[in-house]
Design a protein around this ligand. Structure first.
Ligand code: AP5
Ligand code: ZN
Length: 226
């Protein structure tokens, strides 16, 4: 399975991608999570990215393409305490590609590897439903696990179910930044949906449904093909 989840902020990419990963044994590559890792480590890239992310804009295409290329070629996994580096051949991409140049570069990359995408899933949802999703989101920074104050509350308030560590709000999860993120999505990422429509890879899913209903519909797509 090689697939992409495209959708605006709060559409449910980070909620559904781990389910796809676990059910279909594929690698979940999320460029937003990778950037937040760099921010947490206070690397040069992280410091540059933080300003852009908090402004609701996009990090430079070349940086993002190289990041995905590196992930696809040199993915690090850890099993029984042993770290191995290997190429990724089956995956769900979350947050990439976000511009036409990123989509074109991804195509070229996959073609060189003799690989093809199976589908590109658009998590379609009206903007007005995203405000409460984004302002109520809580995350466990170390794992990227996502909760929602109302829609997916943790068992103990502000606490990760698995590690017991505190949950936080993302610095870009406020109305001002969300407004900019949505504008960026419509201007730069919505054209990517059309790009894949023209390649007959596009599968629309109604992302306004509950997480379990969205998941059932996704599972059908991947079991039966687009
Ligand atoms: P990124 O982290 O990818 O942010 P995003 O695209 O804005 O998406 P979100 O993570 O906000 O939403 P999601 O769809 O994952 O929603 P979730 O499942 O968490 O990127 C961050 C930034 O990094 C970008 O703005 C950009 O600056 C930069 N960046 C990243 N990739 C880049 C690239 N390729 N190029 C350039 N720059 C890049 O759900 C949200 C909330 O809703 C959660 O609380 C969840 O519990 C809840 N929820 C989920 N589904 C449902 C449901 N069905 N019903 C009710 N509640 C739900
Ligand atoms: Zn996400």
């Amino acid at each position: 399975l090689r697939t992409i989840l495209i959708g605006p902020p709060g559409a449910g990419k980070g909620t559904q991608a781990p389910r796809i990963r676990d059910e279909f044994c594929v690698c979940h590559l999320a460029t937003g999570d990778l950037l937040r890792e760099q921010i947490a480590k206070k690397t040069e890239l992280g410091q540059m990215a933080k300003k852009i992310i908090d402004a609701g804009e996009l990090v430079n295409d070349e940086i993002m393409v190289n990041m995905i290329k590196d992930q696809l070629e040199n993915n690090k996994s850890c099993k029984n305490g042993q770290v191995t580096i290997h190429p990724v051949v089956v995956f769900v991409l979350d947050g990439f590609p976000r511009t036409i140049p990123q989509a074109e570069k991804l195509d070229a990359m996959l073609e060189t590897r003799g690989e093809k995408l199976d589908s590109v899933v658009e998590l379609a949802i009206p903007d007005q439903l995203l405000i409460s999703r984004i302002t109520g989101r809580l995350i466990h920074p170390a794992s990227g696990r996502t909760y929602h104050k109302e829609f997916q509350p943790p068992r103990k308030p502000m606490t990760d179910d698995i590690t017991g560590e505190p949950l936080i709000q993302r610095s870009d999860d406020n109305i001002e930044t969300l407004t900019k993120r949505l504008a960026t999505y419509h201007k730069q990422t919505a054209p990517v949906v059309n790009y894949y429509k023209n390649k007959s890879l596009w599968v629309p899913i109604d992302a306004a449904q509950s997480p379990n209903v969205v998941w059932e519909n996704l599972r059908k797509v991947f079991r039966e093909g687009p």
